[in-house]
Design a protein around this ligand. Sequence first.
Ligand code: GLA
Length: 383
Amino acid sequence: MKKIILMLVCLPMFVFACKGSKNVEETTVTPPSSITKSSFGQTRDSIAVDMYTLKNENGMEVKIITYGGIITNWTAPDKNGKYEDIVLGFDSISGYMRGSPYFGALIGRFGNRIAKGKFSINGQQYTLAGNNMGNHLHGGLKGFDKVVWKAEPMEGKEPALKLTYLSKDMEEGYPGNLSCTVIYTLTADNSVKIDYSATTDKETIVNLTNHSYFNLNANQGTILDHMVTINSDKYLPVSRTLIPTGELRPVANTPFDFTTPYAVGARINDTTDQQIVFGGGYDHAYILKGDGKLNLAATVVAPSSGRKMEVFTTEPAIQFYSGNFLDGKLTGKNGVKYVKRSGLCLESEHYPDAPNQPAFPSVALKPGETYKTSTVYKFSVVK
Ligand code: GLA
């Protein structure tokens, strides 16, 4: 009898162990697409970090690690059809843990800044880490970029990886147990779709994004020659410490006008514009339609490689950050030194400091509601 009970108890474990060790490549997606899993070392507190490689039928590859949900490698074709890595990052886990400027990471609970790290919900004040010039940035000292997410390859035609993370009540000072899911899907048309969702058991604030730094010249040199178009006629000017002033300023006749394609470098040193000075270049939220549909937010073309990236999002804003804080001190993949402006970010988001600015679209999430946003990065070539 004892033996039978032992068998019944152990059988599910055995089945689970087999499932866990199965080659995910065979089971989840339609070949020649694939998802494979490998080890990417461990965190300082000895938590194993896995890497999942998503590959589509064209040969495009995206590598995601469970630490921070970071996209470490992402290939896209150039005008000759050559697939090369187009994101900044490190070769090993130690690089990411040693003070990465959020390369490729999931950001939460709140992307970008909250003034002085303070906000209130129903009269109750909350205080968060002032980790950036006295303001709160990107979720705090141990944001979603520094936690290990649970990963699960998804069944279906296209390679997709589901990441989940439960952020406990008052983690980093935020109220409510926040249950988060992020799904990365690599599609047949060379897009990476990121679907974010979250629920809470107590009213809280949420603003999730991904902080990939792109360099469409396969991480060679700067992004100053990249031609950028942003589907927006207004942006949020900021204070010296990069908190939105509350004004929605027209981009017309300023270096912020990307309604037609401009090289990033064309006006980036125009210090007659105070906002260029405050940002040290571009580091501003652009206002989008934000009607909940996947609208085209921005297009980036690198003329020499011919790579083109389009960003679509359901979000009401996109942060255009031109890598101004990179200073050549970080050495990344393949020994490349990341000099100033060697990568650019287009982070879909709600408005920075929204919890303190009632005129901005709300970032509140209440029990019973589901936070849901999507962003797509689509690659193609121009000849
Ligand atoms: C965001 C911010 C920038 C900077 C980077 C990370 O894009 O807006 O000011 O903090 O993240 O270095």
